[in-house]
Write a protein that binds this ligand. Structure first.
Ligand code: IMP
Length: 174
C-alpha cells in the first residue's frame, strides 16, 4: 500500500490561498467573473479560494477525464460534464488542482475559447512542469511541485486520499 508523506502542510496552503485571493480580488473586483472548477480534484481548493476572495462570483464546474485509474495519463481527454453557464462576453477563470502534461487545460481552453468569453485565465494550485507535453499559460499559481504523484487537498489516487488536509506525495512502501 502506498503511503502519503506531507509535502506542503495545511498552514502553508492556507497562506498561499489567501495570497492568491488577494491578487484575484484586485484583478476581478468589478468584473463579476465566472469561476469554472475542473472536477473532481479542484473542489477543495475552489471552496477555500472563493471564501477568501470575498467578491461576487458565479461558479460552475466541468468534468474531464484523462486518468482512468492509476498514475499515468491516457492522453485522451473526454468531456464528461460540460459548462452550462453562458460565458460569451464574461470573464472566465478556470480553477485547476494540478497542471501535469497540460493536455486537460489545453482541451478545456480550446473548447471554452470558442464560446468567446471576454477573458479566459487559469488559476492552479499546483504545477508539475517536468511532465509538460503542451504549453499552457498559468496566470495564477500556488506551488510548483516535483515529478511525483501528489494526493490530498482534493487530489486522489484511485479515489483515495482526497480528504487529507495537506498536499502529500504518494510514496511506495517497500
Ligand atoms: P494533465 O492533463 O496531464 O495536465 O492532468 C491534469 C489532471 O490529471 C489533473 O486535473 C488531475 O486530476 C490529474 N493529475 C495529474 N497529476 C496528478 C497527481 O500528481 N496527482 C493526482 N492527480 C493528478
Amino acid at each position: 500500500m502506498d503511503k502519503p508523506r506531507v509535502l506542503i502542510p495545511r498552514g502553508e496552503i492556507e497562506k498561499k490561498v489567501a495570497e492568491l485571493a488577494d491578487e484575484l480580488r484586485r484583478d476581478y473586483q468589478d468584473k463579476h467573473p465566472i469561476l469554472i472548477g475542473i472536477l473532481k480534484g479542484s473542489f477543495v481548493f475552489m471552496s477555500d479560494l472563493i471564501r477568501k476572495l470575498n467578491i461576487p462570483v458565479e461558479i460552475d464546474f466541468v468534468r474531464l477525464s484523462s486518468y482512468g485509474s492509476g498514475k499515468e495519463t491516457s492522453g485522451k481527454i473526454k468531456l464528461a460534464q460540460g459548462v452550462k453557464t453562458p460565458i460569451r462576453g464574461r470573464h472566465v477563470l478556470v480553477i485547476e488542482d494540478i497542471v501535469d502534461t497540460g493536455l486537460t487545460v489545453r482541451f478545456l481552453f480550446d473548447s471554452l475559447g470558442r464560446r468567446k468569453p471576454a477573458s479566459l485565465k487559469l488559476c492552479t494550485l499546483l504545477d508539475k512542469p517536468s511532465r509538460r507535453v503542451v504549453d499552457v499559460p498559468i496566470d495564477y499559481l500556488g506551488f510548483t511541485v516535483p515529478d511525483a504523484f501528489i494526493v490530498g487537498y482534493g487530489l486522489d489516487f484511485d479515489e483515495k486520499f482526497r480528504y487529507l488536509p495537506d498536499v502529500c506525495v504518494l510514496e511506495e512502501q517497500k
